[in-house]
Design a protein around this ligand. Structure first.
Ligand code: RRO
Length: 311
């Protein structure tokens, strides 16, 4: 939103390795990422960048229904990594490359070799950066099993870094005892940045049926209830590493985004917020960030990054 008084003009652009963003809001993986057209709609709605669906080697149907349940303070999903497979996703990605915002390719694999193959393909499609999904909490053989192990995180990040030129971001799980230690493994492998956090392992029970609601029983919690946990994770990661961080988890407003930025995030991702507020959330959050900065005399996002860190 333009601000008429030039002295009060604030700049909400932000820069991370390989990413020049006109604003700090990014569509998170797994939301509206099925097609190039749906990603383009998010770009038109004002997002600074988009992350694709998490893509693997082969097509996967994912878990059976129900895959999704809304609870008091968030949403629990166990989609089970449904995706068309890398070869079938090519046209979708290529259709949005060259539109006005960066595209980040999210990939998941069972081991470093699969990640390498996927990374090379995604790079060929023309993405600006990669996001390694090492953190899906409920897909057997993928995600958490790798991302909870700092040696595996180091190996996968190193292998991918050796195979591509685009920057490599690693999406981390909050379901670990020490997230900063895992972030340090990314740094040791010369990864370019961290995305935190993925969803929190959770469940809901149907008391009439006396059964778990999700077909997979256990899923991942996202939405407003996880914001304080996401903030704590960013804060801990920034205290231990120099890596740039993209914050994600329960961002529904400009103030939520500012909290993440002050904890140390250079940009934020919005996922469940689209479910709660609609696609207009990107421009709304940007407007609210701008208003906050104007009211508090911040001129750039960079000035605010990590200012809540002690010492
Ligand atoms: O597909 C999923 O069930 C899923 C993924 Br890949 C992820 O990274 N996080 C999540 O909560 N769900």
């Amino acid at each position: 939103m333009p601000i008429s008084d030039c002295d009060k003009m604030v700049d909400i652009a932000t820069t991370l390795p390989g990413l020049k963003l006109k604003n700090p809001t990014i569509l998170a993986a797994g939301i509206l990422g099925e097609t190039g057209a749906s990603l383009e709609n998010v770009a038109k709605a004002g997002a600074g960048a988009v992350v694709t669906k998490s893509i693997g080697i082969e097509p996967r149907e994912g878990h059976g229904n129900p895959t999704f349940v809304e609870t008091e303070h968030g949403i629990i999903n166990a989609m089970g990594l449904p995706n068309p497979g890398i070869d079938n996703y090519k046209d979708e990605v290529e259709s949005i490359i060259g539109t006005n915002i960066p595209v980040i390719g999210s990939i998941f694999g069972a081991d470093a070799q699969e990640f390498e193959i996927l990374a090379v393909e995604m790079e060929k499609f023309g993405v600006s950066a990669l996001e390694l999904n090492l953190s899906c909490p409920h897909a057997k053989g993928y995600g958490a099993i790798l991302g909870h192990d700092k040696e595996k995180v180091l190996e996968i990040t190193k292998v991918v870094k050796g195979a591509v030129k685009v920057p490599v971001y690693v999406k981390l799980s909050p379901n670990v005892s020490n997230i900063a230690e895992i972030a340090c493994a990314v740094e040791d492998a010369e990864g370019d940045g961290i995305v935190a956090i993925n969803t929190i392992s959770a469940m809901a029970i149907d008391i009439d049926m006396a059964l778990p609601i999700l077909s997979n029983a256990i899923g991942g919690l996202s939405g407003p209830g996880i914001k304080p946990i996401g903030l704590r994770c960013i804060y801990e990661i920034k205290a231990e590493t120099e890596l740039p961080v993209i914050g994600v988890g329960g961002i529904l407003s400009g103030n939520d985004a500012i909290e993440y930025i002050m904890a140390g995030a250079s940009a934020v991702q919005i996922g469940s917020g689209v479910y709660y507020k609609g696609i207009g959330i990107f421009s709304k959050v940007c407007q609210q960030i701008q208003e906050f900065m104007d009211a508090h005399s911040y001129k750039t996002i960079k000035e605010m990054v990590g200012i809540a860190q002690k010492g």
